[in-house]
Every structure is written in structure tokens, then in C-alpha cells.
Design a protein around this ligand. Structure first.
Ligand SMILES: Cc1cc2nc3c(=O)[nH]c(=O)nc-3n(C[C@H](O)[C@H](O)[C@H](O)COP(=O)(O)O)c2cc1C
Length: 190
């Protein structure tokens, strides 16, 4: 596998005022940064001034986002569950890019209030499949209403959670290196 670090973009999917997504994302990014072979960048959707209507031509904020997606080798999407799906802010951003997602792996950290975001993840698998991306089998799921988080919404580092993070990052790293080598060897056939 290549020795240069794998560029991993951690996408903060909720832009809601008062969200916990940034807290969950910072917690996850800190775990990912413990791995020397990963170069972790956080893409916070709340920091992009995306247009309300899909424009005829990409705006600078859309180009900034798609360029960051294009520069990444792998992604971890941090997503809440909203009405048994994922938030509109995330779908809006995903749909701004296309080629940039192709032949790259996507892992998930999901959460909900009463659920751990399973519906959100399964719907995102369908979306990323349409974009020729590969989703990891394992993900990290957090129930905000249980003992999974502290009083600030920060996930607790229980043995089970640390194992879940490790499994997802192992799979993401394997796919990330393998697909990067594949893309370098020959163009993807979309
Ligand atoms: C519009 C909306 C819909 C929600 N639907 C669900 C749901 O279907 N299942 C669930 O477990 N929690 C649901 N929740 C609770 C959220 O998971 C919880 O509010 C979480 O903090 C939202 O993430 P955020 O704070 O990062 O935006 C919903 C919250 C909102 C705002």
C-alpha cells in the first residue's frame, strides 16, 4: 500500500443551530488523528455559504466544497437521524459533487434520540452507491438519550465504542488505500 498518508475528510452533516454534530465530529476526528497513516480534515457544512436554490453554475462555496471532496481519499460522514433519514443539509452538499466521490470509501458516525441513527446510515448507503462510492460495513452508532454521551453530548470512550471506531477506521483505511491505488492504475469506469 502507498506510504503517503490517506486524506480523510470528516463531514459534519448537521447545520442545525444548537447541533451536537460538531461535538460528535470533533470527538471522532480526535480518534482518527491518532492514526499516523491518516491526514484528517474536517469539512463543516455550516461553514459553507451554500445557495438556497441549486444554481445553473456552481458558486464559490460549492466549488470549495467539491474541491475538498475531490482532494480526499476517504470520507467519514457524521450524521444525526432526522425523521428516520439524514438531514437535508447533508443531501444538499452530497449532490453538489459527483465524480469527486467516485471509487472512494465512506464510513459513518450516526446518532439519534432513541435510535443510534441506523435509518440515516442505511439511506446514505443508497445515496453513495448512486455516486459510485463504497460504504464500510461497520459504522459507529450513538444514542444521545442513553449513557452513550456525557452531559455535553460528547460520546463516551467505552470499550465497545472504541472497538467500533477501530473497526470502521480499519475498513476505511483498507478501502482507501486499495481504491487509491486502483484509481492511480486506471481511470474508474463510471
Ligand atoms: C427534524 C428532526 C427530526 C428528528 N428525527 C429523529 C429520528 O427520526 N430518530 C431519532 O432517533 N432522533 C431524531 N431526532 C433527534 C435528533 O437525533 C437530535 O435532536 C440530534 O441532536 C440532532 O442532531 P444535531 O443536534 O446535530 O442536529 C430528530 C431531530 C430533529 C431536529
Amino acid at each position: 500500500m502507498g506510504s503517503d498518508p490517506l486524506n480523510v475528510a470528516v463531514i459534519i452533516g448537521s447545520t442545525r443551530i444548537g447541533r451536537v454534530c460538531d461535538t460528535v465530529g470533533a470527538w471522532f476526528a480526535a480518534w482518527a488523528r491518532r492514526r499516523e497513516e491518516l491526514a484528517v480534515e474536517v469539512l463543516d457544512l455550516a461553514r459553507y455559504a451554500f445557495p438556497g436554490c441549486y444554481p445553473e453554475e456552481a458558486t464559490p462555496s460549492m466549488r470549495d466544497f467539491t474541491s475538498a471532496v475531490g482532494g480526499a481519499d476517504a470520507f467519514v460522514v457524521i450524521t444525526p437521524e432526522y425523521n428516520r433519514s439524514f438531514p437535508a443539509s447533508l443531501k444538499q452538499a452530497i449532490d453538489f459533487a459527483y465524480d469527486e466521490w467516485q471509487a472512494k470509501p465512506v464510513g459513518f458516525v450516526s446518532y439519534g434520540s432513541g435510535s443510534a441513527g441506523h435509518y440515516a446510515v442505511e439511506q446514505l448507503r443508497t445515496v453513495f452507491g448512486a455516486l459510485h462510492a463504497v460504504t464500510t460495513r461497520d459504522w459507529v452508532g450513538i444514542d444521545l438519550l442513553g449513557d452513550d454521551v456525557d452531559e455535553h453530548g460528547r460520546p463516551r470512550d467505552t470499550d465497545g465504542r472504541v472497538r467500533a471506531v477501530g473497526a470502521m477506521l480499519d475498513q476505511l483505511t483498507w478501502w482507501g488505500h486499495t481504491l487509491r491505488e486502483g484509481r492511480r492504475a486506471q481511470p474508474y469506469v463510471s
